[in-house]
Design a protein around this ligand. Sequence first.
Ligand SMILES: C[S@@+](CC[C@H](N)C(=O)[O-])C[C@H]1O[C@@H](n2cnc3c(N)ncnc32)[C@H](O)[C@@H]1O
Length: 198
Amino acid sequence: MQGFSPAADNNKSAILSILSHYLSVGDHVFEIGSGSGQHAIHMSASLPEIQWQPSDRAINLPTLSSNILEYGPPNLRPPIELDLDKPSRAIPSAVQCVYAANVMHIVREALGAELISWAAERLDERGYLILYGPYRYAGEFTTESNKNFDEWLKKRDSESGIRDFEWVIKLAAERALTLVKDHAMPANNQCLVFQKTA
Ligand SMILES: C[S@@+](CC[C@H](N)C(=O)[O-])C[C@H]1O[C@@H](n2cnc3c(N)ncnc32)[C@H](O)[C@@H]1O
């Protein structure tokens, strides 16, 4: 596996248990920022009745494509380019779930907002947006390790950083995405699950 991420390997089972709860037979999932493809491969292999569309920036596609070609099951589609900095409006509509793991704290705030808008436009009525990663609550980090992680992120890229839960909820609500559950996950992460309302 090229670009293997130990973190993605560690959290994939816990995330699968959340996704399985919200997905139904025949659903289409669109993943933003698929990285090495480890989540895409694990989730699609474990949920063969789901169609999974991975995506990432162009620079990441060669690694992602190669991993998917080698390890992906038939219900995992070849990855496509989706850069939140230049989001394509041509990408299929009416998916039942948009999933993004560890993307909101990597991209700058405006692109995090774009992710939520993009998802709101693409989701079917009652579809889910599922965001995995760490968040701050009432301006506080949930743990010292998340505070250190935020400092580390900002040293790499001053515009990245752990986002405020309240900011995400407000942006989502403005786009008719209602928080249905905030799942606490291992390693001080969260799975925020939003559902599109009419
Ligand atoms: C920390 S990695 C997470 C990868 C994978 N989802 C996981 O959880 O292991 C962040 C991902 O966001 C992607 N990314 C960064 N900037 C992006 C952008 N402008 N548009 C779309 N994806 C982006 C990166 O290429 C990378 O795959």
